[in-house]
Design a protein around this ligand. Sequence first.
Ligand code: GRF
Length: 192
Amino acid sequence: MRPDSPVKVGILISGRGSNMQSLVAAAREANAGYEVALVASDKPEAAGLAWAQEHGIATFALSPKGIGKPAYEAAINQALSEAGVEVIALAGYMRLLSGDFVARWRGRILNIHPSLLPLYKGLNTHARAIAAGDTKAGCSVHIVTEELDDGEVLGQAEVPIHPGDDATALAARVLVEEHRLYPQVLTEFVRR
Ligand code: GRF
């Protein structure tokens, strides 16, 4: 990509958007290599959208309910393209992207997942790690492919699982590492 001007990133969220906030904060520091051109959501009521608007970031919101996935994704794709987005970062985006969408953006969609992939794809990662008796957990940033939580892992961070941890406690510990890992990996990705 272009090392001389910031790569335009679009962030897709469905909820509170704490990872989105960490990506925005890092983008505003020198030499991040990227800028956040759009925050988009399938949930118009997502808390992260309001935060992005308050911080002067362009937003786009559309629910797929009633219009169907193809029309919904076409609209998201148009909004991303009009914003000049070159790389998409999924940050708590709770919807599966279609094969067509992934193909259109092949190799340019990243996701953060709260497990040490390839362990615990899908939901309830922390409860599953605790139930399995694991002594460590963590998070992974990976390239998005057609397969759920698959694709090349670009970076991981580990945390210990302590005796007595529940999923809430473990999620909070992992989230601290998510906020550190995602901006770091995204910067490395746009510079490679
Ligand atoms: C994070 O734990 C992320 O790893 C997962 O969903 C959660 C989103 O949290 N994909 P937030 O919206 O970024 O606060």
